[in-house]
Design a protein around this ligand. Structure first.
Ligand code: NAD
Ligand code: UDP
Ligand code: UDP
Length: 325
């Protein structure tokens, strides 16, 4: 057991949602640092393809399991990422989405409590909802519609944060919470409906680029390697520093501008079409990352053009070799 809060090599680390987009990159990075990984995933949105390259490694183990059910394993540290993240997927079965954040977090917190180990929660900028404060600092309480279509995700993640902080206050659990902003990169699911994957796939296939609303809404996109690095830095902060800490790239851009950049970078002949804006779609989003800069000594290193170029390469290879996607 690691109770010192130090990132010692050779730990046995549980990554829930480890077969997903961010989780699989986290597994890669943690393994490169000499750790053993137990990846727990129910494969709702994750894929064996994301972890195929790890399956033969004796330091990697995968278990098909839904974290809404109790899990009894022996590990030194937990990263809790299990939860669908794209609106299309988390709205497919909203009750299961809330259960994953609430019951799933209770089970992972119960596991961390029994083992007396550190646990990190992958929370989200969605806890800020459609923010009235811009950019968003961690101190902002947010503006979330508790009854809307996004609530299963937003309120689920907010309740998960509450659970983490109550296990910390009431039971002394060693918790870490990061609030991740829009993340993109290789291994995003081509059909998950998120804007970066949609626009790139549409541009590469010469299909219409679907802008929802007028495209004036903004997001701040962070490349996945930077997010993973920030999560590991957060996990390795001294005991007692809980966060929440924003992780994201403050480089804000409108959805219209994103569409134009992707069309230019792919040399696409697609045309832009407008579709209706989904309910409660946040109008603006940009992280205030001062806390991550001071406490984690972390800032994103990969700018949008560089990250998009790598992501376009990835989707090009998926489209030309679909079975290897
Ligand atoms: P993803 O959908 O690719 O990964 C989620 C993984 O969790 C998948 O492998 C899925 O099969 C698994 N999963 C879902 N429900 C589960 C359950 N009940 N039990 C076990 N496994 C389950 O999404 P992602 O983009 O990699 O997101 C990972 C985490 O980061 C999520 O918790 C998400 O809320 C958070 N996050 C992501 C972003 C982003 O922009 N990608 C932004 C903010 C927060
Ligand atoms: N739990 C788990 N693995 C463990 C320990 C606990 O999955 O190793 C689950 C257990 O099913 C319980 C939940 O975590 O429902 C919360 O545990 P806690 O000890 O906080 O609560 P209690 O067991 O008292 O309900
Ligand atoms: N969006 C869009 N076209 C798409 C997919 C998404 O215009 O094909 C918009 C969406 O309405 C939102 C933004 O892009 O304003 C980001 O959407 P995404 O689902 O990627 O993330 P989230 O809304 O959860 O930040």
């Amino acid at each position: 057991m690691n109770s010192s809060g130090q990132s010692l090599p050779g730990k046995r680390i549980l990554v829930t949602g480890g077969a997903g987009f961010i989780g699989s990159h986290l597994c890669d990075d943690l393994m490169k640092r000499g750790n053993e990984i137990l990846c727990v995933d129910n494969f709702f949105t994750g894929s064996k393809r994301n972890i195929l390259h790890l399956l033969d490694n004796p330091c990697f183990e995968v278990v098909r399991h839904d974290i809404c059910f109790p899990l009894y394993v022996e590990v030194d540290e937990i990263y809790n990422l299990a939860c669908p993240a794209s609106p299309v997927h988390y709205q497919f079965d909203p009750v299961q989405t809330t259960k994953t954040s609430v019951s799933g977090s209770i089970n992972m917190l119960g596991l961390a409590k029994r083992l007396k180990i550190r646990i990190l929660q992958a929370s989200t900028s969605e806890v800020y909802g459609d923010p009235a404060v811009h950019p968003q600092p961690e101190s902002y309480w947010g503006n979330v519609n508790p009854l809307g279509l996004r609530a299963c995700y937003d309120e689920g993640k907010r309740c998960a944060e509450t659970l983490f902080f109550d296990y910390h206050r009431q039971l002394g659990l060693d918790i870490k919470v990061v609030r991740i902003f829009n993340t993109y990169g290789p291994r995003m699911h081509p059909d998950d409906g998120r804007v970066v994957s949609n626009f790139i796939v549409q541009a590469l296939k010469g299909e219409d680029i679907t802008i929802y609303g007028d495209g004036g809404q903004t997001r701040s996109f962070c490349f996945v390697d930077d997010i993973v690095n920030g999560m590991i830095r957060m996990m390795d902060t001294p005991k007692g520093f809980t966060g929440p800490v924003n992780l994201g790239n403050p480089e804000e851009c409108s959805i219209r501008e994103l569409a134009e950049r992707i069309m230019e970078m792919t040399g696409s002949s697609s045309k832009i079409v407008h579709k209706s804006l989904p309910e409660d779609d946040p109008r603006q989003r940009r992280p205030d990352i001062s806390l991550a800069q001071t406490r984690l000594n972390w800032s994103p290193t990969i700018d949008l053009d560089t990250g998009l170029a790598r992501t376009i390469d990835y989707f090009e290879s998926c489209i030309s070799k679909p079975s290897k996607g």
